[in-house]
Write a protein that binds this ligand. Structure first.
Ligand SMILES: CC(C)(COP(=O)(O)OP(=O)(O)OC[C@H]1O[C@@H](n2cnc3c(N)ncnc32)[C@H](O)[C@@H]1OP(=O)(O)O)[C@@H](O)C(=O)NCCC(=O)NCCS
Length: 184
């Protein structure tokens, strides 16, 4: 699914764009995936795991998501650079098509600029325009207070905890929390 381009101002006054990804974003996306994976433990991959991502694979992914009727990817562009992305996907099965799953991440230099809030507004708009969807769902890792604050602001509530869902390289085990946002 493609979205209409949205332009907005970051908290620091710079202009930013939200749009569907295109071929011009492939290298920026690969750079963002690699760098962001090393900036926080709250992203579920390490930088070396990004070696499997290729320009051809990203192109295939963008094309598939842009053409899909049950998934959308949105990239945020600041000063011509991919600052991050988010995704919304819902299943097609009769018993589960009412649930939409969302995920989001940004490069650290763009945290706290209001991008996450704008991305969620857009994903909520997409979910609201599909009348099958009655709830949005996501997970976050224990300790991710910025993400939790954003999700609660956007109407999500904690519904459960998966103990020791994440295991870091040093052996640290972290819980993962599930959240749900009921559609109005
Ligand atoms: C989590 C993330 C997507 C949030 O996006 P963002 O653009 O930074 O979020 P916003 O700026 O729109 O909003 C963040 C809110 O949290 C608040 N906040 C920031 N740090 C906080 C903290 N440590 N504790 C509580 N609230 C915090 C901000 O004040 C802001 O609220 P406000 O708009 O009411 O002032 C982004 O920080 C990120 O990519 N983090 C690393 C990857 C990640 O954790 N992804 C989520 C995996 S579940």
């Amino acid at each position: 699914m493609r979205i209409e381009q949205v332009e907005f101002k970051l908290k620091d006054g710079r202009s930013a764009l939200l749009r569907s990804p295109g071929n011009e974003d492939i290298q920026g996306m690969l750079d963002y995936l690699y760098v962001s994976s090393g900036e926080t433990e709250f992203i579920l991959r390490y930088p070396e795991e990004c070696e499997k991502y290729t320009p051809e694979g990203e192109k295939e992914l963008f094309d598939r998501m842009n053409a899909s009727d049950n998934e959308a990817m949105i990239v945020c562009i600041v000063d011509g650079k991919v600052a991050g992305n988010c995704e919304i996907v819902w299943k097609k099965g009769m018993k589960t098509k009412h649930r939409a799953f969302v995920a989001i991440a940004l490069l650290k230099e763009y945290w706290n600029q209001g991008i996450g809030t704008r991305m969620f507004e857009e994903m909520i708009r997409i979910a609201e325009s599909n009348h099958d969807i009655i709830q949005m769902e996501l997970d976050f890792v224990e300790g991710n207070s910025r993400a939790r604050a954003l999700y609660e602001k956007m109407g999500f509530r904690i519904t459960g905890v998966k103990p020791d869902a994440i295991r870091l390289k040093d052996g640290t085990l972290l819980n993962e929390y599930s959240m749900v946002r009921k559609m109005k």
